[in-house]
Design a protein around this ligand. Structure first.
Ligand code: ADP
Ligand code: MG
Ligand code: MG
Ligand code: MG
Length: 400
């Protein structure tokens, strides 16, 4: 089996994926069925099945699948992804898929099959709520942040991890697509001509651009904690009882509020997409309120868990000095609101949209909601420093 004996990279075929799983003896049985199930933008995802078991083989391609070979992209993202999953498993073992094997030359991560879960974005579009979601994402963000921060790690150990998770090519995608291109007339942007006047308002809003630049600068420079880096609702698998965060190939050391902000933004976009149709106003309203509760509870759980960990496990001598933790939490909150604003704008007019808005069949409704989204994103970025509580944040979303 060439793929296993040569120490070189090649994109796997279905047969290669089966041979790899067979060779590693990861599942029993010889008649393995393989299908490529990836719906993401960047990578190959194979499900390899015997009659009794199944397993997932994810492989990075040397380019971005969504664009093709004209957009080369480092294979190192597969190493980052498997190592971020393995590190997260130390602190939130129930909230990530188990990694069974990884090979940085082949750019492969083999992990547990989570096909009994659904992708959160899809479920939210269908109107399903998940009662454990907020607690789980609050725990995930708090625990992965604390245990990779200077509150917990020796400064040598932390700086080693910062180097280890240096991820310049994937960060550049975020720097361009989230923090830059949507604020300029750039050819990666995508929006209907009917939205152009609202988009031009963004391009001409110098105060907004100054604030977006500040948030970009923070993203570029603040190595606070190891982030997931791509925590939108397509990176979260759910059932009623279980939550699994997948796809951390954008992991890097950045500002704590970034993951929270991306999560909040994607919940807010789904909130907007639950448009009040006159035939069912009550249902939608209830679904929308549940979504705002998810944002509030996620923040509350994050804050409580991070606080508890700092009080109980921090090695930083200033950790108990009055005001120190509070400053970090206040900064994180304000950042998360600003990052959410950037994510809302880029998902509306940038390169990668969200199905929540784009799958709405009526173009007029889409346009109406996208105008709201741009307005909401703009005001979150500009007024983030005067938003002092999570309730105030969610009431701004409610008022959008
Ligand atoms: P990409 O980096 O290309 O976005 P993802 O890791 O998000 O790849 O995976 C793309 C899709 O493949 C997911 O939306 C999901 O449908 C499927 N998938 C990924 N990991 C698993 C898994 N562990 N179990 C089951 N399906 C998975
Ligand atoms: Mg993905
Ligand atoms: Mg996906
Ligand atoms: Mg990905």
């Amino acid at each position: 089996m060439t793929v296993l004996t040569e120490n070189t990279y090649k994109p796997l075929t279905n047969e290669d994926a089966a041979a790899l799983v067979r060779k590693l003896k990861l599942i029993d049985g010889h008649d393995l069925a393989v299908s490529e199930i990836g719906d993401g933008n960047l990578n190959l995802v194979f499900r390899v099945q015997s009659s009794t078991e199944s397993i997932i083989v994810k492989q990075a391609l040397p380019y971005a699948k969504v664009v093709g070979e004209s957009w080369p992209l480092t294979l190192d993202r597969a190493r980052i992804e498997s190592e971020a999953l393995i590190l997260a498993a130390k602190y939130v073992p129930d909230l990530v898929p188990k990694v069974l094997y990884s090979d940085s030359t082949l750019a492969v991560t083999i992990m547990e099959d989570l096909s009994d879960h659904s992708i959160l974005r899809k479920s939210l579009i269908e109107g399903t709520a998940f009662s454990k979601l907020a607690a789980h994402i609050g725990q995930f963000t708090a625990r992965t942040a604390f245990y990779t921060s200077d509150f917990y790690l020796h400064p040598f150990e932390k700086k080693k991890l910062v180097q280890h998770f240096s991820n310049p090519e994937l960060c550049k995608i975020t720097e361009d697509l989230v923090f830059t291109d949507p604020f300029f007339d750039h050819d990666t942007n995508e929006f209907s001509s009917a939205l152009k006047p609202d988009v031009e308002k963004i391009w001409n809003d110098e105060l907004l651009k100054k604030e977006a630049a500040t948030l970009k600068y923070q993203f570029l420079t603040q190595a606070e904690v190891l982030l997931h880096g791509d925590l939108h609702t397509g990176s979260i698998f759910v059932t009623e009882k279980s939550t699994k965060v997948i796809d951390p190939e954008f992991a890097f050391y950045g500002p704590i509020g970034f993951d929270l902000g991306q999560f909040f933004a994607n919940i807010a976009l789904n909130y907007l997409s639950q448009h009040h149709h006159s035939s069912e106003p009550f249902n939608r309203k209830e679904t929308q309120e549940t979504l705002l509760t998810v944002i509030q509870e996620t923040w509350t759980v994050f804050q409580n868990e991070f606080t508890r960990l700092v009080h109980e496990e921090s090695k930083e001598v200033f950790a108990r000095t009055p005001g120190v933790l509070q400053n970090v939490l206040e900064k994180t909150f304000i950042d998360s609101v600003g990052f959410a604003g950037c994510e809302i704008i880029r998902r509306t007019i940038g390169l990668a949209h969200v199905a929540d808005l784009d799958s709405i069949p009526c173009e007029d409704v889409q346009l109406f909601l996208k105008k709201k989204a741009l307005h909401l994103g703009t005001s979150l970025i500009k007024s983030r420093k005067s938003i002092s509580s999570i309730e105030q944040f969610t009431s701004i979303i409610r008022g959008a």
